[in-house]
Design a protein around this ligand. Structure first.
Ligand code: SAH
Length: 217
């Protein structure tokens, strides 16, 4: 996501009650913070619009938004502050960090669901290991997911979708759902909120791909 660098975004985030102070400090203690609610994380949440809507609609779940870039997360924090000036939403927190360190942020089995939406496609063939559905990342998700935990992946990018299906198969994940045109599925109306990227791409007429899968144990 391209955004101009916002000076002092880092300091701002450190002071915000919507952001985890020290990313590694909650490893193994998330359930306590979540008051025993199942923990759902979005990896690469961008400005967090999807998670904010999910948190509003699902008070029985606890959401954690992981994002690498401070300047992007900053936009999400500002949105939350405007909408909930007294922090009236108790089931959402942001964590600034990188997916490659997820094992340091979460203990094995601590997470019920992982969302990946419109992850960077890294189209050059030499960059495939950076894709967030590359097998090494799948292995990380498998570790932090609880026994019945699952992954949901949504994208507008067909090559990335095809790559992901292949990686899941080769890593022995079981797919429970897949569509190559989510917005024209009969159940679409009642489905989850859209992400920021999703609105942008679907307004350009691009089909949205989605799958759900769980690691075979
Ligand atoms: N999920 C949002 C944003 C998609 S853009 C939406 O659908 O609207 C992808 C986001 O993932 C960007 O904000 C990017 O900074 C973030 N990202 C990319 N690689 C990451 C990584 N390794 N760890 C954490 N965030 C990452």
């Amino acid at each position: 996501m391209r955004l101009r660098n916002i000076p002092k975004a880092g300091e701002y985030l450190k002071a915000s009650s919507w952001v985890v102070d020290e990313p590694k400090s909650l490893q193994g203690r998330w359930k306590q913070l979540a008051k025993d609610r199942p923990i759902h994380i979005e990896v690469g949440m961008g400005k967090g619009g999807f998670l904010i809507d999910m948190a509003k609609q699902n008070p029985h779940l606890y959401f954690v938004g992981l994002e690498k870039y401070e300047s992007v997360m900053y936009k999400g924090v500002r949105k939350l502050e405007r909408e909930f000036p007294n922090h009236e939403l108790d089931n959402l927190i942001f964590l600034q960090g990188d997916a490659k360190y997820l094992l340091e942020y979460f203990a094995p089995g601590e997470v019920a669901k992982v969302y990946l939406s419109f992850s960077d496609p890294w189209p050059k063939s030499g960059h495939y290991k950076r894709r967030l559905t590359y097998r090494d990342f799948l292995s990380i998700y498998k570790t932090i997911l609880e026994e019945e935990g699952q992954l949901q992946f949504r994208t507008d990018n067909q090559p990335l979708f095809d790559f992901s299906v292949q990686e899941l198969q080769e890593s022995f994940w079981q797919m429970t759902y897949a569509t190559r045109d989510l917005h024209h599925e009969p159940h679409f109306e009642e489905s989850q909120p859209q992400t920021e990227y999703e609105r942008k791409f679907s307004s350009l007429g691009q089909p949205i791909y989605q799958l759900r899968a769980f690691p075979k144990r």
